[in-house]
Design a protein around this ligand. Sequence first.
Ligand code: AHR
Length: 630
Amino acid sequence: PAVAQKVAANKPISPDLFGIFIEDINYTADGGLYAELVQNRSFEYSPSDRGGWHPLTSWDYLHEGYAMGSLSVESAAPLHANNPHYVQLRVENPFQKGLGIKNSGFDGIALKAGEKYDFSLWARSKGGAAMPLLVQLRDAKGAVLAETTLSAKVGEWQQYRATLAPNASAPDASLVVLATGKGVVDLDMISLFPQKTFRNHPNGLRADLTQALADLKPRFVRFPGGCLAHGDGLDNLYDWKKTIGPVEQRVAQRNIWGYHQTAGLGYFEYFQLCEDLGARALPVVAAGVSCQNSGGSWRIGGTGQQCVPLADMAAYTQDILDLIEYANGPATSTWGAKRAAAGHPAPFNLHYIGIGNEDKQTPEFRERFQLIYDAVRTKYPNIEVIGTVGPAPKGEDFEQGWAFANQLNVPLVDEHYYENPEWFLANNRRYDSYDRSKSKVYLGEYASRGNTLFNALAEAAYMTSLERNGDVVRLASYAPLLAKENHTQWNPDLIYFNNSTVVPTANYYVQALFGQNTGTEYCANVVTLPTTVAADTVAASCVRDARSGDIIVKLVNVGGSAQSFTVDLSRFKGVNSAATLITFAGPKTAKNTFATPQAVQPKTTAYKASRNFTYTAAPYSLTVIRMRAK
Ligand code: AHR
């Protein structure tokens, strides 16, 4: 039989408990959150990104009508040394239509009638005269939805901009640039953004996807990995300095998950997103070693070198200190000035930094971790460092990682586990016995290997235990966050999407209900669980939120029959009877998909609360009752 999840006393809950983890896996950034609609805009795709890819991947050569001439990829006198390739069009005779290129975006470009799109490109004409350019948006059948003309001047590279407003919507449009005069023209960084991005930032993020993140009310955002942070070789580490500044000067690189990373969504955009979401940033840097310093057996290129040589560690560590200065330093500091130049003179108030990801506990890792840890602590004692352990829930690198973190008094340790739902139900008490005097927990990645309602409820039950242990589990984030249809390297994920649809999973709604209903204090022994079912199948929490004054009860029924929970609020002065009830329930195997994106969704209704009540929760349900204290 179930027993009440008794804890001795009320406990404070970390104010940052529920957050999100953004890793560029499953086309999360390029082709996803990052609103750029042109794929391979800078002609930097290469076979080292993925076998068969090249500078013209996602581009078609157009010589329309009787146009005569040729196209080539060049690298002499590029737009920037970090962006070495560009396209050259040599037009011998444009006839009426011209010679050019067409980009089909990431699985097509989704356009909406009534919306405006910002087009830009860099160009230089090499003939004796300016080169006229015709820019068009076309639907899949070739009909022109919008067009404009530009004139590329002779001389140095210059950026040209135009606004395009398609006269019809199209899910799979393309962008065409045609040189319509005689001569030679170089083109690079051909870009198309919706004008409406999240908070309308230039070089911004896709509004609908980012809104889905905002609705989770995350208290922090971990970025950029995961494995992506440390890459699968030294040449593949995520180097934050290569991701800031003008986009045409950023350094693209092979994404560890088998595609290409433009760094268009780089560190500035990340910090800006955190600010927009009202969330704390939680950047993760490699601990001077790459992926589990394992020799990178699954890598497809690069040097294979796994550890930063000790002789280079001072410079590597300085890069990490510079990241903190970039976030927090005054606008007059070297790196703060770069933040200010990007349009944000005020600091971003960075508080956390993660060092390492699931690293093997080798001497190489430990030596480098300690060098970085000591340097950060010395220069920035107010920054909270998050250490790493091997993949959990147990194992050599997990146990040794914890021992090492406790030995160094690392404030927080990042645990990861992907298990089946039954594991989450059976391990509800995992953190009850964690030693409160030692390093605290950041549960950086967890998921119950599936997106059914049952998976989501197993996670909900577990999340009540995270609230119950909100004094020792300071942060938690489901992983991974996003996955693009047909480009998914990892399942399960929290949100699936394609160019026009966003599918929040059942797990998403659980995260949202917890994120939107956080508390600052766990109230012990308010809810009594039903005693007629197996303990694993029911869970509950009661939290009080000092900020709003609300009392929030969450009831989870992971079984197939209705269950009654009793709620005793007599310790509080009283509650207003006008309360809010949110129920999230359905068949055990219900799942949101592209075909049925709203198969399961929470429902909100009014509820009449009292100091003592019994609530009968539907089979397979999460119930949230939000009450106002008198
Ligand atoms: O989230 C996917 C991967 O899972 C992360 O990159 C890694 O940290 C974990 O193994």
